[in-house]
Design a protein around this ligand. Structure first.
Ligand code: C2E
Ligand code: MG
Ligand code: MG
Ligand code: MG
Length: 296
C-alpha cells in the first residue's frame, strides 16, 4: 500500500542513520509486514502485559511492579518488545501502543488496589509518546478513568526523551510531578547522562541499566560506574533501582555500594497479573479498600 510506503520513505530521511542500520538487517518489505501485523494485533487484542516486581530490602508492606508488553501473535508466537517497539517508535504507532499500555496497567492496578492491596506500577514511556502534546492530559485522564491516586503510578522515561528539548521536557515533567505521578529514568547510564540536567528534572528514581549490572562484581570499570551512579542518586536524594539482578553476588555488591532496590530474575521474572495476585495474596493482608484521595 502506497501510503504506508510513502510513510517509510519520509521516515527514512528523518530517522537517518538509525533507519539505515535497520534497513540493512530487515528489508523494507518485512518492516511493512511487521507494521501491518502490529496494527492488526492491537485491534485483535494480541498484546498483553506482564509485571515484574521490584524488591526493596526490608520492605514488604507494599509491592512495586513494572509493566512490560508482550505480543502473542498467532503466526509468529510470542514476540518480545525488542523486536517490535523500535519499528513502532519509527512509525509513530508507539503512541497507540503506549496509550493501550497505560490504560491496561491502570485498569489492572485499580483491580489490585480496590481489593485492598498496596501496590504501585511503573509504565515505560517512549520518547515519541512523551513528546506528544496531549501526553500529560492522557495520563491524568487514565488516572481519573480508573480512579487511581497519582502516587500509584510511575512513568519510566529514557534520557533520550528528555535531552531533545530540555526546557519543554522539564515543563512536561513538572506537570506530571504536580499531578503526583512518580517519575523514573530508565536504562540510566546508557544515554547522555548530564548531571546539570539531572538536577533540574523533578524525578524520583534512577534505574541503573542492566549492561552495567551484568559486569559486577568483577569488572573494575563497571564496578566504579555503578558505585558512582549509586552515590550520585544518594546525593540527589533519588531512589535507585538496579535492573537485571541475576545473582546473589550482584545483589551483595549492590547492597554494599548502597543500592537496596532490585529488579531481576534473582527475585522474579516478569509474570502474569494472576501470578502477581498470588504474590499479593501471600505477602499482604488486604486493608479496607482505599478511596481515591490523591494523597499518600
Ligand atoms: P526495560 O524497560 O529496561 O525493561 C527491563 C527489561 O529487562 C525487560 O525486558 C525485562 O524482562 C528484562 N529483565 C528483567 N530482569 C532481568 C534479568 O535479571 N536478566 C535479564 N537478562 N533481563 C531481565 P523486556 O520485557 O523484553 O523489555 C525490553 C524493553 O522493551 C524494555 O526495557 C523497554 O525499553 C521496552 N518495553 C517493554 N514494554 C514496553 C512498553 O509497554 N512500552 C514501551 N515504550 N517500551 C516497552
Ligand atoms: Mg523500564
Ligand atoms: Mg531498563
Ligand atoms: Mg529499555
Amino acid at each position: 500500500n502506497a501510503e504506508r510506503a510513502m510513510h517509510f520513505v519520509k521516515n527514512r530521511g528523518r530517522a537517518g542513520v538509525r533507519f539505515y542500520q535497520h534497513q540493512m538487517s530487515q528489508s523494507l518489505l518485512s518492516r511493512m509486514k511487521l507494521d501491518h501485523s502490529m496494527r492488526a494485533a492491537l485491534k485483535a487484542e494480541e498484546f498483553f502485559l506482564v509485571y515484574q516486581p521490584q524488591i526493596t530490602l526490608g520492605t514488604n508492606d507494599h509491592l512495586s511492579v513494572e509493566a512490560l508488553i508482550r505480543w502473542q501473535s498467532p503466526d509468529q508466537g510470542l514476540v518480545s518488545p525488542a523486536s517490535f517497539i523500535p519499528l513502532a517508535e519509527e512509525t509513530g504507532f508507539i503512541v497507540q501502543i503506549g496509550r493501550w499500555v497505560l490504560d491496561e496497567t491502570c485498569k489492572q492496578l485499580a483491580k489490585w488496589r480496590n481489593a485492598g492491596y498496596q501496590i504501585m506500577a511503573s509504565v515505560n514511556v517512549s520518547a515519541v509518546q512523551f513528546q506528544q502534546s496531549g501526553f500529560v492530559d492522557e495520563v491524568a485522564e487514565a488516572l481519573i478513568t480508573h480512579q487511581l491516586p497519582a502516587h500509584a503510578l510511575e512513568l519510566e522515561l529514557t534520557e533520550s526523551s528528555l535531552i531533545k528539548d530540555v526546557d519543554e521536557a522539564i515543563k512536561r515533567l513538572r506537570a506530571l510531578a504536580d499531578l503526583g505521578i512518580r517519575l523514573a529514568i530508565d536504562d540510566f547510564g546508557t544515554g547522555y547522562s548530564n548531571l546539570a540536567y539531572l538536577k533540574q528534572f523533578p524525578i524520583n528514581t534512577l534505574k541503573i541499566d542492566r549492561s552495567f549490572i551484568k559486569n559486577v562484581p568483577g569488572q573494575p570499570v563497571d564496578e566504579g560506574l555503578v558505585s558512582a551512579m549509586i552515590n550520585m542518586a544518594n546525593a540527589l536524594d533519588l531512589n535507585i533501582i538496579a535492573e537485571g539482578v541475576e545473582t546473589e553476588q550482584q545483589q551483595q555488591f549492590l547492597q554494599n555500594a548502597g543500592c537496596e532496590t532490585y529488579q531481576g530474575f534473582l527475585y522474579y521474572p516478569p509474570q502474569s497479573a494472576d501470578a502477581i495476585s498470588e504474590i499479593l495474596l501471600n505477602t499482604q493482608t488486604p486493608s479496607k479498600p482505599l478511596r481515591c484521595t490523591n494523597r499518600s
